[in-house]
Design a protein around this ligand. Sequence first.
Ligand code: C5P
Length: 255
Amino acid sequence: MVVLYQKIIPEKSDQKGNLMEIKDRIIVALDVSSLDKAQSLVEELVPHVGCFKVGLELLTAIGAPKVVEFLHSLGGKVFLDSKFDDIPNTVGKASAAASGLGVSMFNVHASAGVEAMMAAVENKGSSQVLAVTVLTSLEENNAHLIFGGPSKAKVLQLARDAKLAGVDGIICSPQELELLGKQKELADLLKVTPGIRPEWAAAGDQKRITTPVIAIKAGATALVIGRPITKPPEEIGKPAEAAKRIAEEISTALG
Ligand code: C5P
């Protein structure tokens, strides 16, 4: 069945014109506290997803080199959710360290500034750099207090800064895709978005959610998806089944 859909669904280009397999549009959030807990999940999912996103919990508890080596040994690609936010010199050196690990992508906060993002880009090696715009966990009034304006305006400004710095893409909320899609100058930025819930999955603690179909149609390049894949509802089956189902939904959206 998998082989069948992989054969009949053509690859589509990303915003940069590079061909992307459907599975590369799925980034699994590996929100586990130990590598033991991740092993069987990663082994099962490697053929069906593009990347595994590893975040601050695992990176702090175990260390990035160990986590990356573990995932690479199982054939998984890595999105290092590093969220660098520091002075340009430090961001540049940390970026060189991240790219030295051979990760497929890592990220930096756009609010660290254009120079810090440029330092990341200069040191990205063969990894892709994504810029985090406004964290979607921020309530509107908090975003206003921190950034001095509405979050959407700030997202737009940070996305423009990110483009100026030469990053490969941005991380944004699905709610912002439409606005970002209207900006011609941002057309070639990859747009990676969390907050995704297929219709068959539970929302959990996510508040502002969007289905894979809606997010892809609105211009998302790739989707960060955790629990709907790692802990799918019983009727869906195992994580690999959930990933395959989402791949089919994405391919429908791409047309
Ligand atoms: O399980 P779920 O699909 O909700 O996981 C989403 C992943 O994306 C988690 O790792 C979460 O930390 C991350 N994320 C998010 N919303 C953001 C930024 C990151 O859900 N605004």
